[in-house]
Write a protein that binds this ligand. Structure first.
Ligand SMILES: *Cc1c(COP(=O)(O)O)cnc(C)c1O
Length: 465
């Protein structure tokens, strides 16, 4: 392929656009009011409808090449994951890891569903408490290395449950929050995970007795044990070993004169391996904690709840032929064309760098149509972000239709975890906005849960005034 072949796309989305779904206004049946007046509207309908509507809305603007990329968040997916959690792990209360995606609707839905929250900073604690209706006892400050001012702030906010894995942390807590309820974070095998956390956090079992002795000497209350098998754990059998270690830490607690009542099994849950992980975990808990009468079990899932709930729509803003011999030769294993889209690794796709993700584009619209024929001829392509940095590669290799042009749209599924939250505005690019929908899975239920929660908060606030 030569650059001559790279013709611009025809201006798309004019009158005879094929459109299988009704327009957004169709859903505006009076139920589309904002349940939370300060948040963007909560829409109805399948996320695909909103992906298409967002594309059409972009094209209503004057400049077809300047459409912003946008997310569509399907809250019913978050609800579906919660039901899955409750079905598989009814004895474990999830404390959602806020860092994974502190989206205001996600936080409200989970709060309404009764989860707790795993916060790592003052900012996350404030964000969760600002929702209203969430008691500080539903927060675990699960960062084992906190600035002393953060510990002091937690005390002020009545957030008592917090993790530690080193002696300095104990001195800080003894000074700044002596009534804290401490959880010792132990080191477990995290080699089967995308993001290994053990290189930074977790007390090796050998150090646990010393730490507990120190805590006891300082008069601190240690109430339980936590671990994290690493984020994006692809071998669920690691929970078995982790629970065995937690058992040993419980016994060390008894030796130090503590009576632990909390087991925190951390995060790491993956969508695809969830049922399997849940079964390993339940079996291990039954084996090592057979008579767990007074022991409360919690977890800190992040990714599991939100990954599937967010789709990202990106616009192809430029395209060119790569300057390699392979492109000239048309070798199938080398990209024949480079597409540039309007979000990249400094934005939503930071998950590629920080979270070791591999993302997969699909065609949302091409040549003014949402219908992509199954037999479209493909070619090997690469997909790049909009910044001027060459590290900004979204997808080094993808099979995409030959007919794809500037102005067409690419979608990316599973963009809910570790994406929006770490996006930067490097090079002056905006962070992609989110369109919210109750989706298509028990949507009325999701809306009802949120509406009731909003009402409960209003009642609480009226009472406090
Ligand atoms: C990041 C993190 C989590 C969430 O991990 P996931 O893999 O997203 O489930 C939970 N707990 C702690 C302490 C974390 O740092």
């Amino acid at each position: 392929m030569s650059l001559v072949d790279l013709q611009p796309a025809p201006i798309a989305f004019t009158a005879p656009l094929s459109r299988p779904d009704p327009p957004l206004d169709f859903y505006d049946d009076g139920l589309n009011e904002s349940i939370f007046p300060d948040l963007p509207p909560l829409r109805h309908g399948h996320p695909d409808v909103h992906l298409r509507d967002g594309i059409l809305a972009g094209h209503a603007l004057a400049d077809p090449d300047a459409e912003p990329a946008f997310f569509v968040a399907d809250l019913s997916q978050v609800y579906a994951q919660h039901l899955r959690w409750r079905a598989c792990l009814p004895q474990i209360q999830p404390f959602y890891a806020v860092k994974c995606n502190p989206d205001p609707y996600v936080l409200r839905l989970l709060a309404a569903l009764g989860t707790g929250f795993d916060c790592a900073s003052n900012g996350e604690i404030s964000q969760v408490l600002a929702v209203g209706g969430i008691d500080p006892s539903r927060i675990i400050f699960a960062n084992p290395c906190k600035a002393v001012s953060f510990v002091r702030n937690a005390a002020r906010q009545r957030v008592d449950l917090m993790t530690f894995d080193n002696a300095d942390e104990l001195y800080k807590i003894a000074r700044a929050h002596p009534r804290a309820q401490l959880v010792i974070r132990i080191l477990t095998d995290d080699t089967k995970s995308l993001c290994q956390l053990g290189i930074k956090f977790g007390a090796p079992l050998a150090t646990v007795p010393g730490l507990l002795a120190k805590a006891s000497e300082l008069g601190l209350a240690v109430v339980g044990v936590s671990f994290h098998v690493g984020s994006g754990c692809y071998d669920p059998s690691v929970y078995t070993d982790a629970i065995a270690r937690a058992r040993m830490a419980f016994d060390m607690g008894a030796d130090a004169g503590y009576r632990f009542t909390l087991l925190d099994v951390g995060g790491g849950f993956e969508d695809t391996h969830f049922e399997q992980a849940a079964s390993f975990l339940s079996d291990a808990i039954d084996m090592h904690f057979p008579d767990r009468g007074e022991i409360k079990i919690i977890a800190e899932p992040g990714r599991f709840y939100v990954s599937k709930a967010f789709n990202l729509a990106t616009n192809i803003i430029a395209r060119r032929a790569p300057l390699t011999d392979a492109a000239v030769d048309g070798a199938a294993d080398q990209p024949a064309v480079m597409y540039y889209i309007n979000d990249g690794v400094y934005g939503a796709f930071n998950c590629i760098l920080f979270d070791h993700q591999v993302v997969h584009p699909y065609v949302l619209s091409m040549g003014g149509s949402f219908h992509i024929a199954a037999g479209e001829p493909l070619h090997t392509s690469s997909v790049w972000g909009p910044t001027c940095d060459s590290i900004d590669c979204v997808c080094p290799m993808a099979q995409l239709p030959r007919a794809l042009r500037v102005g067409d749209w690419l979608g990316f599924p599973n963009m809910g975890a570790y994406t929006v939250c770490a996006a930067s505005m490097f090079n002056g690019f905006q962070v992609s906005k989110v369109v919210y929908t109750t989706g298509s899975f028990r949507a009325a239920e999701v809306r009802g849960i949120l509406a009731k929660f909003a009402e409960d908060i209003r009642v609480l606030e009226a009472r406090d005034v």
